[in-house]
Ligand binder design. Sequence first.
Ligand code: PLP
Length: 282
Amino acid sequence: MVHFINGEYINKDDVSVSIDDRGYYFGDGVYEVIKVYDGELYTAHEHLSRLFSSAEKIKIDISFTESELLQVAKELLTRNKISNGQVYMQVTRGVAPRQHNFPSQEVLPMLTAYALETKRPLDAIEKGVSVKSVIDVRWLLCDIKSLNLLGSVLAKQEAKEANCFEALLHRDGFVTEGSSTNIFGVKEGVVYTHPATNLVLNGITRQVVLRLCNELAIPCVEKEFTLEEAFNMDELFLTSTTSEIMPITKLDGQPIGNGQPGLQTKRLTEAFNLQIPVSKMK
Ligand code: PLP
């Protein structure tokens, strides 16, 4: 597998990164995951814009332009012969002896990226998944796609140990998002999701779903709902770049609605499938 390491394409086995990289010590960096369908990057501009905006929020100046990053992503697809999968990109604050405060200005950010061939989770998209409610103990800048993922890691592990696909996070009684997904509820035909505040990541798939709701004339409100309300939703679903639109059929072991993927969720999945660059893919 060929990786991109600060300007060079290098075979994975030959890659070496410094132990003094601030990503390693502090999780001091930001990242993106871009989906690839039929050899094409999906919503690449949205992901790259968010990478720049995340970096800006933590005062990292990415020394590449958006079109250069796009070229890197495309080159990784070609060199690794990826047709369906994902590109991972991360930028850290660079390499410097361990000290919390930022290093001097001569220390440049470190950009690394790779591409992977992966399968769409079609079975889970069709049948739905179970989730576990977990208290959201993450920091208050969840709008930044930061490498600091310990809160998400612990929540996902808790969900996994309960045989669930995802953790449904709640803060002060309100559902925020998943550990690596956004959460939506449907009640009496209206779609609800947490507003894009500092308490959630404004997912690119979340934004696609809001657009699709608009196109399908499905009423959609960016408004918090409580954990108690989540149990009583007609439908729940989660979204992310890799999970797409996935029905949630059980929350803490209790069926949501009739325990099957819901009607609006299915409509959104169909509309989603029509607008991804997929011709013959299953
Ligand atoms: N929320 C969190 C905390 C995430 O980490 C992610 C993706 O990794 C998402 C939501 C979904 O975002 P996207 O649709 O851009 O993949």
